[in-house]
Design a protein around this ligand. Structure first.
Ligand code: HEM
Length: 388
């Protein structure tokens, strides 16, 4: 997508795409302005009538299914709500993802990663990048190991239906199955709390605030959907960048301290989330363009992170950039709450692979995920022996 972004930024930085009724915003400053203006750009996508798939207008929800979905109460998650509801929800769930809680997971994530790398055969996505985040989030939520395959399937079908133009019927079926599963899990944790994230969320705050059953279920689903595929893709994108830079790969094997910078630069250079979705709450100006009320806006974070108006040498992969400047995790009130976990998992995978498989290399053409907003791989064929 990067040449297209360059064209957009130079020629039409706020571009209306009639095919999917979306306004594409591509310059760094404009993307940041959209993300920081929550009152002007709502995340409550229900308002935009998302009964079609904006990323694949050819796919429509069948009428019978649409009628069924209409009867369900509106699903408002953290990701798709505005203040004041968003503020309350975020306060309640943020405690589950503090940097301290996440840092404490390091030994266990290392253990899981070592085991997956033991079994690495010939596809890095299938064998390591894809299972790791699912296992970690399932353990965090106290989900029994024998349900992990269901867990992974629900997560994939929800993400595919939402963001890659996959089957919406399968998506709806998975949404029902996963809601049912989490509703039962939440009820059982209320009776018998443990040390997991769901138990933490069902217990009341000191100020007596509690999440409702629907809020809890929605948040569990969001955790499943928001963190799995994105983290898998961050690992894949980092490995692609490293395969192109064998010197850096060798250095990483002996100097694991390089890993955090590789993770950060991958987030900027080839981030898993290329675009986010907002709806204007009133007529608004972005750059020189007037966008009407109720318009769907796609701030392209992937483009912002390569904008030469902001970055020196944006198409180069460099480890010496200022920290915290990219917007791969968004910005403003919806800033990703899983950053510490995603960074930790990816860092551990890169360190472990570079140490244990210094000759790891590509073996064939990787298969890309087909989506305008998700950037990553379905398969990454590899060989762990040196090729002669
Ligand atoms: C929000 C990216 C991993 C949970 C976001 C947003 C981005 C993002 C761009 C902002 C969405 C918006 O403004 O509309 C990523 C990337 C990841 C990652 C690139 C991996 C590399 C995770 C993980 C979790 C997670 C591991 C949880 C376990 C969330 C949640 C939100 C969010 C709950 C919603 C926050 C809110 O609306 O207040 N993420 N994420 N993410 N992310 Fe992540």
């Amino acid at each position: 997508p990067y040449p297209v972004y360059a064209w957009l930024r130079d020629v039409e930085p706020v571009h209306y795409s009639a095919a999917n009724d979306l306004w594409l915003v591509s310059r760094y400053d404009d993307v940041l302005a959209v993300l920081r203006d929550a009152p002007g750009f709502s995340s409550d996508l229900g308002k935009a009538g998302l009964d079609d798939n904006p990323f694949n207008p050819a796919i429509r929800i069948p009428r019978r299914l649409a009628r069924l979905l209409d009867r369900l109460p509106p699903v408002r998650t953290l990701l798709t709500s505005d203040p004041p509801h968003h503020t309350q929800l975020r306060r309640k769930v943020a405690k589950a993802f503090t940097p301290r809680r996440i840092a404490a997971l390091e030994p266990r994530i290392r253990e899981i990663t070592e085991r997956l790398v033991d079994d690495l055969d010939d596809d890095l996505v299938r064998d390591v990048a894809s299972p790791l985040p699912t296992i970690v989030i399932a353990e965090l939520m106290g989900i029994p190991a024998d349900r992990r395959d269901d867990f992974k399937r629900w997560s994939d079908e929800l993400v595919n239906g939402l963001l890659t133009g996959g089957s919406r019927i399968r998506m709806a079926r998975s949404a029902l199955a996963v809601s049912w599963f989490f509703a039962r899990t939440v009820r059982s944790r209320r009776h018998r709390p443990g040390g997991d994230v769901i138990s933490l969320l069902v217990t009341r705050d000191q100020d007596g605030d509690a999440l409702t059953l629907a809020e809890l279920v929605n948040f569990c689903i969001l955790l499943l959907v928001a963190g799995n595929e994105t983290t898998t893709n961050l690992v894949s994108n980092a490995m692609l960048a490293l395969f192109d830079r064998p010197d850096l790969w060798r250095r990483l094997g002996t100097d694991p301290d390089l890993a955090p910078a590789v993770v950060e630069e991958t987030l900027r250079y080839d981030g898993p989330a290329q675009g986010l979705l907002r709806v204007t709450t009133a007529e608004v100006r972005i750059g020189d363009v007037t966008v009407p009320e109720g318009a769907r806006v796609l701030p392209l974070t992937g483009s912002a992170n390569r904008d030469p108006r902001h970055w020196a040498d944006p198409d180069a992969f460099r480890l010496d950039r200022p920290a915290g400047d990219h917007i791969a995790f968004g910005s403003g009130i919806h800033y990703c709450i899983g950053t510490a976990l995603a960074r930790l998992e990816t860092r551990i995978v890169l360190e472990t692979l570079a140490r244990r498989h210094p000759h790891l290399g590509p073996a064939g053409v990787p298969e890309r995920i087909q989506s305008p907003v998700l950037r990553g791989l379905r398969t990454l064929p590899v060989t762990i022996r040196p090729t002669v």
